[in-house]
Ligand binder design. Sequence first.
Ligand code: BYC
Length: 325
Amino acid sequence: MYAQMVKSEATNDDPERLAAFQARIDAGEKIEPKDWMPEGYRKTLIRQIGQHAHSEIVGQLPEGNWITRAPTLERKAILLAKVQDEAGHGLYLYCAAETLGVSRDELTEMLLDGRMKYSSIFNYPTLNWADIGAVGWLVDGAAIMNQVPLQRTSFGPYSRAMIRICKEESFHQRQGYDAIRKMAEGTPEQRRMAQDALNRLWFPSLMMFGPSDKDSVHSEQSMKWKIKMNTNDELRQKFVDQTVPQIEFLGLDLPDPGIKWNEERGHYDYTDPDWSEFYDVIKGNGPCNTDRLAARNKAWDDGKWVRDGLLAHARKKAAARVAAE
Ligand code: BYC
């Protein structure tokens, strides 16, 4: 497995070079594509940026499914813009990964044949309009919590892509909150739908931050390299602390009886997600894994004639240039 290949790769690089590299990171310098970097750093970045890019692309599916069924023209225009933004985020990130010596086609092939992952959250269905509000509010809310610190990540192209992405993500989160607020303030049936969406998406949203720190494989090395800026549990706690007051403001019931303010810690206590479900989903056994990969594979196959045509055109132009020289 590709993921195994890059797992916390201990490098055989020259210790002096490694120390100089680490000193640059510790001093807050950005690493640029042409700079020397340990092989493990390069591969960890390809894994993380690639999986992030795939998440943006696969993440269009559950929401794209509701564009034609949005309740008003305004909501439809907003959702359309958001889903288009996700495509753009995927492209920024594929471009950042390409600077590390992997092509977008290679990354796509690794997604399509299951060698690379994408976020677990997109293997859950969006059953109704309330789910679209909850995705913007909770899923984009969790995404921002993770992505804002990544603006300071050590790899220049990744950091710059994240700055652009975060600007758009905050609009995404706000539109989701606005949609769910409308339902929470609506008819009893709309309110019931908002509560049901919150109940179903709460734990999958917590899973987005990855396994508990004690089970995280990559955190320690990735944080040393500033590929990750926080641990999974730190960000999950920040998300819970930010979201609980929003749930209370909406007048919805808390989705977890374990949520309770802990005066001593200065944080909300909460119940951890069911980690066996998380591992099952990332192994391919979530409710929508098969559908999501089938949809991406179909899009790739359907687009083959366009890729072939563009390549033939580029080859013809190059041949004409050579002939003219
Ligand atoms: N889903 O050692 P760990 C978005 C894997 S939002 C699937 O802690 P790491 C969007 C992990 O890959 C989402 N797999 O890993 C929002 C590793 O397996 P491999 C995208 C997961 O990398 C709205 C294993 O579990 N955001 O795009 O240090 C609309 C052990 O984990 C997940 C990003 O990707 C998961 N939730 O930390 C549209 C942000 N969690 O690779 C789109 C950038 C863990 O060894 N990524 N795994 O086989 C990160 O910050 C980190 O990669 C993670 C995981 C925090 C996600």
